[in-house]
Every structure is written in C-alpha cells, then in structure tokens.
Write a protein that binds this ligand. Structure first.
Ligand code: ZN
Length: 159
C-alpha cells in the first residue's frame, strides 16, 4: 500500500462529477487500499477517490470502529437535520458548520462485488454525505457556514 498525494481545493479533479466504477479489478482494490492508507496517514475519517486525483465513485470511511469501502455509493433516503463542524483533507486548516441529514440509507457495492445497503446516523452519516459530495464535485466549503481557519480542535475531524 502507499500513501498518495492529496489534491487540494482549486484542483480541477475535485470539481468534476466522478464516473461509476464498472469493473472491480485489482487496480480498483489497490486504489481502495491506497486511499485507506492515505486516510490513516493523514488522520482523516473518510476519503473519496477524487481527493487522490481519480474521478471514480469510490469512498473509504472509518469513524473509529471499522473501515468501510463503498463503491458506487448512492444515498437513497435522508432523514432529520444535523449541523456540525467539518473539515476536509483537501481544504487544510479550514473548518465550517455544515447542515446534513441526521440519518441516511446508503446502497453501495463492496470490494467483493456484493450489493449492500446500510443505515447510518450521526458521524458516520455525516462522513458518508461529505464523501459522496466529493464524487459530485462538491466541497464542504461550498456549502458550509461560518468558515474559519485553524488547527483541528479535539472532536473536530477531517474527511
Ligand atoms: Zn473532504
């Protein structure tokens, strides 16, 4: 596995709508592993393929209990409202308050070619919504309120 360079705001790859993954092959699995390694190395809790320069619909998240690889994730329902602080590996030292759904239902394909559906809430739901936004060329700074500069405080996580 290798740690990849993280693209930062201003790079065109972050503004494009990513393409679905058509075939889950060795290259895709290696990319998922490299994305995970990059996320752990930078102490993020989520990462999307465009952040490492690849416009494919792939996301890796780990909010502290286990790593989840989502290929072609699709949020099929959203419920409730939650406002909380977000940061992003692609927007170093920026934080802001983002309104997200509190609960979501997500469909995706696993790296083992299985179709899966999960319910997520709280931080996991927030993280998945943030990453799926990346796949649609949207950064949290496009939608955040009260954007501020600084180092992460305790409890503030970057995605
Ligand atoms: Zn991000």
């Amino acid at each position: 596995m290798s740690v990849l360079e993280v693209k930062t705001a201003g790079e065109p790859v972050l503004k494009k709508i990513s393409e679905p993954v058509k075939k889950i092959d060795k290259r895709i699995k290696k990319l998922l592993d490299d994305m995970a390694e990059t996320m752990y190395a930078t102490e993020g809790i989520g990462i999307a393929a465009p952040q490492v320069g690849v416009n494919l619909r792939m996301v890796v998240v780990d909010v502290g209990n286990k790593r989840l690889d989502l290929i072609n994730p699709e949020i099929t329902s959203r419920e409730g409202v939650s406002i909380d602080t977000e940061g992003c590996l692609s927007c170093p030292d920026l934080f802001g308050d983002v309104e997200r759904a509190e609960k979501i239902h997500v469909k995706f394909t696993t790296r083992y070619h299985k179709e899966k559906e999960i319910d997520a809430e709280g931080l996991l739901a927030r993280c998945i919504q943030h990453e799926v936004d990346h796949l649609d060329g949207r950064l949290f700074i496009d939608i955040a309120k009260n954007i501020r500069k600084g180092k992460p405080q305790r409890g503030e996580q970057v995605k």
